[in-house]
Design a protein around this ligand. Sequence first.
Ligand code: XMP
Ligand code: MG
Length: 184
Amino acid sequence: MDAADMGNDLAEVLISEQQLNDKLDEMAADIDRDYRGKEVLLVGVLNGAVMVMADLSRRLHTHCTMDWMAVSSYGSGTKSSGVVRILKDLSADVMGKHVLIVEDIIDSGLTLSWLIKNLASREPASLRVATMLRKPDAAKAHVEVAYCGFDIPNKFVVGYGLDYAGKYRNLPFIGTLAPHVYRS
Ligand code: XMP
Ligand code: MG
């Protein structure tokens, strides 16, 4: 899917495919440098992190394994509350492993801080976070993000794994939607 397929549903492209690719190169180089000689377990948070996981992992020279978690955070409307339920847990034990959580976006950071506590209690050798996008409110959650792609304004964004009503995840860039999309 590309911008032409969006018709007038697309308001603006915030981060282009080229910008995403350049940033992925940088993030992968940073991860390779930091994990030299180690094996890393990438933990992707479904569904949004699928694209970041696929593209970041293919750039790594570091040996890695992958696992997935799906969580749902209770909240009113689009705001997450920090009360989180596990919909799908990891398939394997993480004890003693170097775990890198892979996220698409950190907004309030409440979901992630819960996830960090949860995974930390399983005694990994190390635990870090990589995210492609971070919104301004994330600062309030005080979660340490080792690898961050872009700090973006407080707008609802779609594409590159991020959806609105389940759609637009397959856009190769990050964009915003025209107001009429939300009304229909
Ligand atoms: P927190 O707990 O950090 O939640 O507030 C992060 C989760 O909220 C969703 N989210 C978005 N999804 N466009 C989306 O498609 C956005 O702009 C956006 N902001 C937050 C997303 O599921 C993320 O994992
Ligand atoms: Mg997510």
